[in-house]
Write a new protein. Sequence first.
Length: 399
Amino acid sequence: MFDHIPAYPGDPILSLNEDFQLDPRPNKVNLSIGIYFDDAGKLPVMDAVRRAETALLGAIGPRSYLPMAGLPLYRDAAQALVFGADSEARAAGRIATLQTLGGSGALKVGADFLKRYFPASQIWISDPSWENHRVVFEGAGLTVNTYPYYDEQTGGLRFADMLDAIGRLPEQSIVLLHACCHNPTGVDLSPAQWAEVVPVLQRRKLIAFVDMAYQGFGASLEEDATCVRELADAGVPLIVANSFSKNFSLYGERCGALSVVCKSKEEAARVLGQLMSAVRANYSNPPTHGARLVANVLSDASLRASWEAELATMRERILAMRGTIHEGLAGHVDEVMRARYVAQRGMFTYTGLSEAQVERLRNEYAVYVLRSGRMCVAGLNARNADYVASSIAAVVAGV
């Protein structure tokens, strides 16, 4: 009956991670998967999360189904973090927010919602973008296009081309934007550039779909949400997917949220109802445990202060690792290639390495980066950063 079904080729990131696990070499370095590791090379348990979980274990009770929209305290805390506690749209009740299965679940629910109520609309994603963006939106039945973004020559942004392309899109087109720490390139818009993008979206009557998976890993929790808040204040039709996988180190708990900014409280109520309808058709309702952890940390002053301080330390460590690679490549690669390690930000950097160089890096030096040359800087630490820099220098030199 199932003979006609082809083999799944696998996800390129997860497949590479599996190859890494099977590699017996003791000096191997995994810079492929988008996970933050601490300086000991371990997945951290944040102290605020540990304390919140310890408290939950002391108050174990019944675990009934959550509402389709999720845990109310979690939804409110997530909305405040994304839009700001003093957001006008939030105060007016104009934001429909629901708990989702991670950031990917938020994208999926949002994609299903858009396909149902904007069936003629197509979506534009950055070139390049996270591989799963195309998978999720095409899976929902949307036509996926790209707009110019990354400049391979400079390792920077093709901003003029991006702005021009968005300015020519049909009305009600959907534009996927990365709030901060662009995946996979690490190239972000400046505040001045965001200020130019917002009126273009507004003038063209486009739908902005913002993916914010790394809030707090770029500049700060507040600055990383700048574009979201500017779009909301400008009245641009806005959908936001956010995730707590990275900034809470809660990858397996699948904690995310989806928010839609509407014109009125009444419209937000209708939109929330239809978002819940999409949830019902997918997974019915979200899990409890991770949501309670996030909600308790964000709503407790002491836990929140601890979480924000540790998140800042994680951000600063990534910056330090970028500096180490930048310094280690001095005199070994051209300055354009070298500069991107400190010019780009967040967990990822486009190294500028060719596919052949990436293959040599893996085969000869046991350093794993994606075929595109994307490196997860968060996988570096004080013990391996110099080795990675010297390995990159060797493959670039062709020795």
